[in-house]
Design a binder for this molecule. Structure first.
Ligand SMILES: [Zn+2]
Length: 316
C-alpha cells in the first residue's frame, strides 16, 4: 500500500509541515543564496533537524526534507564534487528520519495521530536555476534532459530511506512527465506531484491544471496530486478544478500569501484579506493533505492540526 493511502486510512486528513527556509531564517540563517536551504545542509545540519522536530511537535504528519534546492550542479558551483553533493542530499533525509524517530520514540507523542512520514523534496529544475523560473516553467529543455537532471538526486533520496518523494512547485507538465517517467526506474517508490499555479485554473506555465491531473491519473506511483507555493486565495478554485479530474488524494500547501520577488530574493507582506485560510472549506472541496509552503511557520501548522484534531479526529 502506498504511504499516503495508509495514513489516510487512519485519519481523514494528513497534515503537512510548513516552510523550512522561513524557520531557518528566523533562527538566524542567511538564505539569500542560490542554494537556499541546501546551504544550511552544508553549514548547520542540526538546525534543520530542530526545525523538523518543531513541526512534528506542531502536529505535522509529514516532514518535507531540505533537498528542494540541493542538486549536484548547484553544489558543484560551490566546489563540492558529486560524491559530497550526494552525501548532503542523503543527509537531508537522515536528519528528518532522526527527528521523526526521536519524536515517535516518546509514547505521549503518538496519541491520536499516525506515525509521521518523511517526504524527500524534489524541487523543479527552475529551483536549481534560482531565477524564479519555477514559477514560469519556460526552461527550453526536453523531457529527456529533465529526466537526466532529476535522476541522481531521486536515486540518492530513495537510497537514504525517504518514505515518499515530494515533487513540488512543478511549473509545467513536461517536468511532471519527466519525473513520472523517471519514477518507473524505481518500482515500489511513490511520489506526490504538486504544481505551482498562476491562478485558480492554470499551473505556472499556463497549462490547465485539469489536463495535467488527467495525465497523472493513470500512473500508479503518483500517490497524490495538487498545488503548493501558490497564494491561498486560489486554493479553493484549484481544488475544485482538481477534484473533477482525479480520484487520487488532493494535496495543497499554499504559501502565506506574501509575494516573493525572485530578482532581489525578498518578500512583500500580503496586505490582502483574501488569503484568509479556510481548512474546513478546503477539506470539503476535496483536499486530503493540507500544509503550508513559503512563509508559513509551526504556528500555522499547529492551527491546521488543531483544526484536524477537533473536526476530524475526535471520533476516532
Ligand atoms: Zn513555497
Amino acid at each position: 500500500m502506498n504511504p499516503i493511502e495508509k495514513v489516510l486510512k487512519e485519519c481523514s486528513v494528513m497534515v503537512l509541515d510548513g516552510a523550512l527556509a522561513t524557520e531557518l531564517e528566523s533562527h538566524g540563517c542567511d538564505l539569500n543564496d542560490s542554494l537556499w536551504s541546501a546551504k544550511v545542509l552544508m553549514e548547520n545540519p542540526e538546525l534543520i533537524k530542530e526545525v523538523h522536530s518543531d513541526y512534528f511537535k506542531a502536529g505535522a504528519d509529514c516532514a518535507i526534507t531540505a533537498s528542494y534546492q540541493a542538486t549536484i550542479e548547484g553544489y558543484a558551483e560551490r566546489g563540492l564534487n558529486k560524491v559530497a553533493a550526494i552525501e548532503l542530499m542523503k543527509k537531508s533525509v537522515q536528519l528528518a528520519v532522526e527527528a521523526r524517530d526521536e519524536f515517535w520514540d516518546v509514547t505521549a507523542n503518538r496519541l491520536n495521530r499516525p506515525m509521521p512520514l518523511v517526504a524527500a523534496s524534489i524541487g523543479p529544475y527552475g529551483a536549481f536555476l534560482a531565477d524564479g523560473s519555477e514559477y514560469r516553467g519556460e526552461y527550453g529543455l526536453s523531457e529527456d534532459e529533465l529526466v537526466d537532471f532529476h535522476r541522481e538526486r531521486m536515486k540518492a533520496l530513495i537510497e537514504a530511506g525517504a518514505d515518499i518523494l515530494a515533487c513540488e512547485t512543478i511549473p509545467c507538465l513536461i517536468e511532471a512527465k519527466a519525473i513520472v517517467r523517471l519514477l518507473k526506474e524505481f518500482p515500489g517508490v511513490y511520489a506526490w506531484i504538486s504544481f505551482s499555479a498562476k491562478d485558480g485554473l492554470h499551473i505556472s506555465s499556463g497549462e490547465s491544471i485539469a489536463a495535467c491531473t488527467e495525465w497523472l491519473n493513470e500512473h500508479e506511483q503518483v500517490a497524490a496530486v495538487g498545488v503548493n507555493c501558490t497564494p491561498p486565495s486560489y486554493i479553493s478554485t484549484l481544488i475544485k478544478a482538481l477534484s473533477g479530474h482525479t480520484k487520487k488524494p488532493i494535496i495543497i500547501y499554499p504559501n502565506s500569501g506574501d509575494v516573493y520577488n525572485p530578482t532581489d530574493k525578498t518578500w512583500e507582506k500580503s496586505t490582502s484579506k483574501e488569503h484568509e485560510r479556510s481548512f474546513l472549506q478546503w477539506y470539503e472541496d476535496g483536499a486530503r493533505l493540507i500544509g503550508g509552503c513559503c512563509r508559513t511557520t509551526p504556528e500555522d501548522i499547529k492551527e491546521i492540526s488543531s483544526w484536524a484534531q477537533m473536526e476530524l479526529r475526535s471520533n476516532n
